[in-house]
Design a protein around this ligand. Structure first.
Ligand code: PLP
Length: 425
């Protein structure tokens, strides 16, 4: 009986994403061809040296320390110091079973009077806040600024109530936008975050797959109140391994400790073999560097292909810079679509899927106003392992549109499907 459920749990509704996934599964069972552009998983295999390390550590059976294996915490600290010019130590690192769990536990232990979320943001932040009864304030953005937040937006929200304890979750490269913040933008945001003592969760889970390998962290400019969230799921293609990391500033060690206490009373620690393998991942090696270089070029090529094709037919969106998402806006077809009773992003995605087999996720699931005909498109319906092999065997191969058409046929076909469908309206 539903009444027996906790009130906060009852408030969290099944998402439109679930509806799209169920509809995709049903259409597949009916024999329809589905173009899975709704899925948010890396298409690439885990780098071989990391897999090998997991195999070699399968025998590790003991519970590890609650905050994570010391060797791994050291490797993660070193990685962030070298890569992003931070100066953290192993004592500042918390390992968890996925960054999603860490973000939830952070929201559990920290005093958050108001959680600021840019609209759109990743699907899970808001439901996590609802489960905990935390208040969310969505920050309105506009397409002219690539749907990103600006320091003026923060100023506007905070100026009349400057004393509220606010936390923001800022995700870049962004899921669902595909865009990121430049160092200049991060510095400007830092000024206003400092002014209002805002705590930042910098969700940088896509940082390593910035398409030009040029990711910057806000922790460099605002170390005193930034916690960086990352993990193996996206850059190492290891979502199912469940390993996330939080990098804390020294003065927030008490938060790390509190999250350790929660861990000790809930999940205990992250799987031991996975943590040992993650040491290899964070120490890095030549083969991992080459893997990342190739993964970035493939994502850049495919992202640019889809971006250009859709822009060419009047679908607008920010140009992708990292990760594997785009956030197309179909408002240029609004009048025609409205006539066919498509008035919300959810109705748009449902109809597109039914008519063409192309699955996108509705913008409203990411906190975007539902009457905006926006959607998240994830351009990973291709065999990443196969593509990496092709590149490995052919040094002089030029990645371009023909490469995408030849080796990512479902991506190019799906764009034709979307185009034909829109033009039939
Ligand atoms: N943050 C963002 C923006 C994501 O897209 C995801 C996964 O889809 C996560 C966090 C969670 O990653 P994990 O829990 O696998 O570390």
């Amino acid at each position: 009986m539903i009444q027996n459920l906790n009130n906060n749990v009852r408030k969290v509704k099944p998402s439109a994403t679930l509806v799209i996934n169920e509809l995709s599964a049903q259409l597949k069972r009916e024999g329809r061809e589905i173009y899975s552009l709704g899925f948010g998983q890396s298409p690439f295999p885990v780098p071989e040296s990391i897999v090998k390390s997991l195999q070699e550590n399968a025998f590790q059976k003991d519970y590890l320390p609650v905050k994570g294996l010391l060797q791994l915490r050291m490797a993660v600290a070193q990685f962030f110091n070298k890569q992003y010019e931070l100066s953290v130590s192993e004592e500042d690192i918390l390992i968890g079973p996925g960054s999603k769990e860490l973000i939830y536990n952070f929201q559990l232990v920290y005093n958050i009077e108001e959680l600021l979320l840019p609209s759109p943001s990743w699907v899970s932040y808001e439901p996590q806040a609802s489960l905990l009864g935390n208040k969310v304030k969505w920050i309105t953005t506009n397409e002219l600024n690539s749907w990103k937040i600006s320091s003026d937006d923060i100023e506007e929200i905070c100026k009349n109530s400057p004393k509220i304890n606010r936390t923001i979750i800022l995700n870049y490269p962004s899921n669902p936008l595909g865009v990121t913040y430049s160092s200049g933008e991060l510095q400007k945001l830092t000024n206003v975050f400092k002014k209002y003592n805002i705590t930042v969760i910098a969700d940088e889970i896509y940082g390593e797959i910035h398409h030009d390998g040029d990711h910057q962290t806000i922790a460099k400019y605002y170390p005193e109140r930034t916690i960086v969230s990352s993990g193996l799921s996206k850059w190492a293609g290891a979502g199912g391994w469940r390993l996330g990391v939080f990098v804390f500033p020294e003065n927030m060690r008490y938060v790390l400790d509190a999250m350790g206490t929660v861990a000790s009373e809930t999940y205990t620690t992250t799987s031991a073999p996975i943590q040992y393998a993650a040491v290899t991942a964070y120490n890095g090696d030549e083969s991992i560097n080459l893997y990342l270089k190739n993964v970035r070029s493939i994502l850049k090529t495919v992202g640019q292909f889809v971006y250009k094709k859709l822009m060419g037919i009047g679908v607008t969106m920010p140009e992708p810079e990292g990760g594997f998402y785009l956030f197309p806006n179909f408002n240029n077809w609004k009048v025609a679509l409205n006539k066919r009773r498509i008035n919300s992003s959810k109705e748009f995605c449902n109809q597109l899927l039914k008519d063409t087999g192309v699955a996108l996720l509705p913008g409203e699931d990411f906190g975007h106003p539902s009457n905006n005909l926006t959607a998240r498109l994830s351009f990973v319906d291709f065999d990443g392992g196969h593509l990496l092999n092709i590149i490995k065997d052919n040094d002089s191969l030029h990645l371009n549109d023909e490469f995408v058409e030849l080796h990512c046929p479902k991506i190019s076909e799906s764009i034709v499907k979307i185009k034909n469908w829109l033009e039939s309206y």
